[in-house]
Ligand binder design. Structure first.
Ligand SMILES: *[C@@H]1O[C@H](CO)[C@@H](O)[C@H](O)[C@H]1NC(C)=O
Ligand SMILES: *[C@@H]1O[C@H](CO)[C@@H](O)[C@H](O)[C@H]1NC(C)=O
Ligand SMILES: *[C@@H]1O[C@H](CO)[C@@H](O)[C@H](O)[C@H]1NC(C)=O
Ligand SMILES: *[C@@H]1O[C@H](CO)[C@@H](O)[C@H](O)[C@H]1NC(C)=O
Length: 960
């Protein structure tokens, strides 16, 4: 055989072999040995709790391993798909539990042919992005999002000049940062760039995006802390399809004028910035847009007319801006492709046009807060009742001034998933056809005027219902005691619906219920044992304002419970033991009795997280125990209106976060423990109506720089008004009434800054506590807050102030033994609404400048030893509605102008030298020249007996 023949033979053989292998469907030579080793090394540095890399073992064909894709001919690893899947086969989010955890082994560099690397949502434990990744020059796709990388993004990424896709989203905003973006411009093939969440605020050099990135189709820079858009004038974005600049701090609309050539833009998200002024007109040329999100900015003025041109728009959100005015009926008529429309939270008025009945793709519409004043709910449903009713999934008409009644047409909307009709004036009954909406998951009809009875039939097919809110209507829920609903709720709010008198037994079937509010629902019953057992499932539970009786079992196993509100019932017996995780406990207004020693001193496993305890209005007795060192997160402690005795325990001083302490109306005695001075966050102290004694401690003024409300009324404090109190610059309510205090009022009271100038803070009486609700739905959105409540005696009436407390400024020093002059400095306190110095021994004159306290509504100087005249400028107190200067030695004319005409003689009784028409007593006032001047004649003869030291008057009398 010649060499040639032999060669041909070999070649034929090779072709034959090749054919065979093609027939077998396995043309590739298998995995490259060195790369298999590299994969194993890579695996070695990772923990793999969910065994995602179970196939990565032994010496088999690594091209068949999970997530590995090889070249069919060379066997080289081309792609590594190791991103953590978002969902497992059950649709549960599996991100955390299936993360690969550990280090990135540099063996990665052995994959010289790698073009695709996805490591997203694994956990590389807060390391920097390794620089060596920059050596993988063939990479076209790199996804490191959510993979636990922190710190500066290495410039070496810029060496990956073949990259088409780059995603470096950090796990949390600012987790990664860039100082110099120069490297980015080397990535000229980049089509898809996602740096959302990367802190770009420090990028100083040059433009952010330039023509260098001319291939860019998708640019995502959400949450990059960008506040000004660097110069863009050279950039042409004609290729850009998607632009996401949401969640930054852009504060001018110029950005829109700087972006031009966006003729292919399909997706634009500028939400959650600080844009102001009108919606920029540049947008009108980008008519290929399908997704436009301008929500959560400060855009104002009208919705622009040009929106009419956007017939391809599928998603439009203008929510949470300051857009105003009436939306003309034609404006949105052309949005014929619209799938999702959100105009909520603006100051708009609209009448949904009939043309919307043709928008057969409309899946979601949100109009919350928009006035639909000329439409009734049935008219709105009629518009949507055509083709829209087949596709509409989400309908939010909350707070839209809708009236009328809800009719059975609602049953047509078969795919409705979420319905919010809350905060309207919808009246009448709940239609039974609601029970047909088998897809309904979220239903909110709270705060309307719905009445009548809701029964099983209304829920017949609501098997998907998960969130149901119907509070604040006049509804009665009547169900057979054996009713087992088809739904499993997670949140239920039926506040002030009528459910009673027996405890609603169908609740026992709701094993997924996490947040439940059935307060004020007419329950007159005990809480069944079965329900107490299920209490472990709850996060938020309120049964307040019912007539529930019986005892509360120990709550030591309620590991989910954050808030428990059983206030205003008839619960009796002892306080329960409480698990450490409960953050808010309100058992006020019950008949709980006995000592609280076990409750306070019970040891728990974990740290106590309790922030608010309200036990007021019970029959609790004994001493306040000395175990507060275990309660160090406590913000609010209310023990008012009980029967506690003895001294305050030292350990109260361990409550270093305490902001509000209420002990009113008990039988507590002794001096205030010095340790209380360690509670330096205190804003409110009310220990009134007890038997506390000793001096008012000077340290109150020194240790409580945030003090706003200080009420020591009706105790046995003696001694003087300590000068140190004047340090309380934020003090707005000071009540020392009903003690044995003596001495003078110090002139330094002018230092009560919050009584002198308006500081404007109105969050001050709202104590917000972090809520750990890891839960969707409505309860999650409620900012949990505790509104400070205070009993204040004003104008002789004791009132409970809650909402308006922040407006109140009050000094009440009545019923003590204070003496000396009322210091003139008091008139500096121009924010004061109420001043009560009655029943003391004040002498001298009413401060000359009293008229400067222009906001005074109540002024009481009665029962002192004041003398002289009422200053003329008192008539400037135009808000005064309660005025009492009786039982002093005042003299001269009583004002009768303006509101002073409304005060009768009881305001002046016992001041026999006062005169004037109100008192029907003629005044004769000494004029400058010492001569007498007659007042007006009034019928009462006694009124003439005005005793004056005016000689002229006496001569005149003798002359009679
Ligand atoms: C390799 O072959 C498989 C089928 O055997 C095919 O699905 C895949 O696309 C091929 N890959 C490449 C890179 O050619
Ligand atoms: C819209 O585009 C036209 C031409 O394409 C241009 O003349 C006009 O200035 C653009 N309008 C705005 C507001 O940018
Ligand atoms: C209802 O809407 C009005 C006007 O848009 C707004 O001022 C108000 O706060 C909203 N009320 C609720 C409860 O959301
Ligand atoms: C419900 O309210 C309507 C008025 O809105 C009233 O006419 C009707 O009698 C009420 N029905 C019931 C059962 O209270």
């Amino acid at each position: 055989m010649s060499v040639v023949v032999a060669f041909l033979f070999l070649k034929l053989f090779a072709i034959a072999t090749l054919n065979i292998s093609v027939c077998n469907g396995s043309s590739y030579v298998g995995c490259v040995e060195s790369e298999r080793e590299a994969l194993l090394s890579f695996k070695q540095d990772l923990e793999d709790p969910s065994n995602r890399l179970a196939t990565w073992i032994g010496d088999g064909d690594c091209c068949k391993w999970a997530g590995v894709i090889c070249d069919n001919f060379t066997g080289h690893v081309l792609e590594l798909h190791l991103g953590n899947p978002w969902e497992d086969e059950h649709g549960h989010q599996a991100k955390e539990s299936s993360a690969l955890v550990g280090k990135i082994n540099p063996a990665l560099l052995d994959f010289e042919h790698l073009i695709y690397l996805n490591l997203s949502y694994n956990d590389f434990k807060g390391i920097q992005i390794p620089r060596f990744l920059g050596s993988m020059g063939n990479l076209r796709f790199l996804d490191l999002s959510g993979a636990g990388f922190v710190g500066m993004i290495p410039n070496q990424i810029g060496n990956l000049s073949n990259l088409q896709y780059l995603n470096l989203r950090p796990n949390y905003l600012g987790g990664l940062y860039v100082e110099d973006l120069g490297w980015l411009y080397d990535l000229s093939l980049l089509e898809n760039l996602d740096l959302s969440g990367v802190d770009l605020s420090k990028v100083s050099n040059g433009p952010l995006v330039t023509n260098a990135l001319r291939s860019l189709l998708v640019l995502q820079l959400a949450g990059c802390q960008l506040s000004h858009f660097p110069p863009l004038s050279v950039a042409n974005f004609s290729s850009l399809v998607t632009l996401d600049l949401s969640h930054n701090q852009f504060d001018n609309s110029l950005i829109a004028t700087q972006l031009y050539g966006l003729c292919n833009l399909v997706f634009l998200d500028l939400s959650d910035n600080n844009f102001q002024g009108p919606i920029p007109d540049t947008i009108q040329n980008w008519t290929s847009l399908r997704h436009l999100d301008l929500s959560s900015n400060h855009f104002s003025y009208l919705i622009p007319e040009w929106l009419n041109k956007f017939s391809r728009l599928e998603y439009l959100s203008l929510s949470s801006n300051r857009l105003q005015g009436r939306i003309s009926s034609v404006l949105l008529e052309n949005l014929s492709s619209i799938q999702s429309l959100d105009l909520s939270f603006n100051e708009l008025e609209w009448k949904i046009p009939r043309s919307f009945s043709r928008f057969c793709n409309l899946r979601s519409i949100s109009l919350s807060g928009i006035q639909l004043s000329h439409q009734k709910v049935s008219q709105v449903l009629a518009i949507f009742s055509g083709c829209v009713s087949d596709v509409l999934e989400s309908l939010d008409l909350s707070n839209t001034t809708l009236s009328g009644s809800l009719t059975n047409q609602i049953g047509k909307f078969k795919v409705l998933n979420s319905v919010d009709l809350s905060e309207n004036s919808i009246s009448g009954q709940v239609p039974w056809s609601l029970g047909k909406l088998s897809s309904l998951r979220y239903l909110d009809i709270s705060n309307n005027q719905l009445n009548g009875t809701v029964s099983e039939i209304h829920f017949a097919n609501l098997s998907s219902l998960t969130f149901f809110y119907a509070s604040r209507n006049s509804l009665t829920l009547k169900a057979n005691p054996n009713w087992v609903p088809v739904f499993q709720l997670e949140e239920l709010d039926l506040r002030s619906c009528y459910l009673g008198p027996p405890f609603p037994s169908w609740l026992h079937s709701q094993n997924h219920l996490v947040n439940l509010d059935i307060s004020d629902s007419g329950i007159v019953d005990t809480i069944p044992n079965r329900f107490w057992k299920s209490i472990t499932q709850f996060n938020y539970l309120s049964l307040s304002n019912n007539q529930i009786h019986g005892e509360i079992p120990n709550l030591t196993e309620v590991s989910q419970l954050g808030t428990l509100d059983l206030s205003a019932n008839n619960l009796s017996g002892q306080l329960p033991l409480l698990a450490s995780n409960v953050m808010v406990l309100d058992l006020s207004k019950n008949k709980l009795s006995g000592s609280i020693l076990h409750f306070v001193c019970h040891e728990t496993n974990g740290t106590r997280l309790t922030q608010i305890i309200n036990l007021e209005d019970n029959l609790l007795a004994g001493e306040i125990p000395d175990c507060w060192m275990n309660w160090r997160y406590l913000l609010v402690l209310r023990l008012d209106n009980n029967k506690f005795t003895g001294k305050l325990p030292t350990s109260l001083g361990a409550l270093s976060l305490l902001r509000s302490l209420h002990l009113r109306n008990n039988n507590l005695s002794g001096t205030l423990p010095v340790s209380l001075g360690n509670c330096t966050e205190l804003e409110t102290i009310d220990i009134s109506e007890n038997e506390f004694s000793g001096n008012v401690p000077a340290w109150i003024g020194e240790r409580f720089p945030r003090m706003i409300i200080l009420i020591l009324r009706s105790n046995k404090f003696h001694g003087v008004f300590p000068l140190e109190l004047c340090h309380l610059a934020f003090l707005k309510i000071l009540v020392l009434a009903g003690n044995n205090l003596s001495g003078t009022i110090p002139t330094c009271i002018s230092n009560f800054t919050a009584m002198a100038t308006f500081l404007g803070s109105d969050s001050i009486y709202t104590i917000q506590y972090p809520s750990d609700f890891s839960f969707p739905g409505k309860f999650f959105n409620i900012t949990e807050q505790f509104v400070e409540e205070e009993l204040i005696t004003l104008e002789g009436k004791t009132l409970t102030f809650k909402a308006v407390l922040r407006l109140l400024t009050n000094i009440d020093l009545s019923n003590n033994k204070f003496s000396g002059e009322i210091p003139a400095e008091i008139t500096v306190l121009r924010e004061l609404r109420s001043l009560n110095l009655s029943h003391n021994f004040f002498s001298g004159r009413i401060p000359e400048n009293i008229g400067a306290m222009a906001l005074l509504e109540s002024l009481d100087f009665s029962s002192n030893r004041l003398e002289g005249e009422i200053p003329k400028n008192t008539v400037n107190l135009v808000f005064l509605s309660h005025f009492n200067i009786s039982y002093n030695n005042l003299s001269g004319e009583v004002p009768d102008e303006a509101q002073f005409a409304t005060f009768d003689s009881s305001s002046y009784i016992g001041d026999e030298y006062l005169c004037g028409p109100v008192l029907k007593k003629l005044c004769t006032v000494v004029d400058e020249n010492g001569g007498g001047k007659d007042g007006y004649g009034v019928g009462d003869v006694l009124g003439w007996l005005y005793v004056s030291f005016s000689m002229g008057f006496i001569w005149w009398l003798f002359g009679l």
